[in-house]
Design a binder for this molecule. Sequence first.
Ligand code: ZN
Length: 311
Amino acid sequence: MSEQTSDKKLANETVDKVERDIVYEEELPVLYEVDGQVAYLTLNRVKYHNSQNSQMLYALDDCFYKACGDDDVKVIVLRANGKHFSAGHDIGTPGRDFDVGRDDRRSMNYNHDNKPGAEKAYVREAEVYLEFCRRWRSLPKPTIAQVHKGCIAGGLMLAWVCDLIVASDDAFFQDPVVQMGFPGVEYFAHPFELNVRQAKEFLLLGERWSAERVHAAGMINKVVARDELELTVKNWAEKIASQPRLALSLTKQACNHIEDLQGKRTGIDAVYAMHHFAHANNTLVKGDYIAGFDGKKMAQANKQSSKDEES
Ligand code: ZN
């Protein structure tokens, strides 16, 4: 009886909202423009290599929504300003806003910010990582990711949800989060983007793979010189835009449906639970849900790992 009472108390427990100064360095973390029948969405947290905070992800969702609703837009390109396509999820900039709740949530999830224990990250990541990725993958217009330089961890998620990926020859791809205790990022598409044995190597070693290598493995569609990247993507987008709208949407739906029949959706659901078991374990063992890592520590570890590869 007393156990039940204590369980009930825990279940109803909330925590205080974190009062922290969050500094957004960009008012518009994603830029939106339309040229002809193509919408260009440009990640614009240049100072922090397009690391993804909630501000950026909600802005990106707004842009995708706008492009979907515009009858003049038939194809959507996702690209980035700055040195890298995306350094991953924001784990340490002044604009890191993981503990901020939002009234403009896009799924039926409740707010996470005042929830205790493992619930907080589980609920937040279900919305801004898992459901956002699925929402963007399922939108009814073809999408092309235009990737240059670093496409790391959460960066992969943004590229993977696009229908086509074109990269410059200076691009590299990496999911280094096993060192943080996780079986890969929240959207576990790895064994669909690579074959299973390649996915294991990609994750277990956590190394950078060149554009050429991921192209050979089938993860991306095309590799071009950096100065040809923009024009190549534009040409593809315009060619696709000349096809009938509904056929484009049905073709995309058909391919995605087959992927889901092959287990993509249910597989990602299962691994999402494992990912959050790892978050909870990090909190128990290390006292921090991402095992004490921050942007700097990850960057150092990555630098060291790429040095090891070279030597
Ligand atoms: Zn996570």
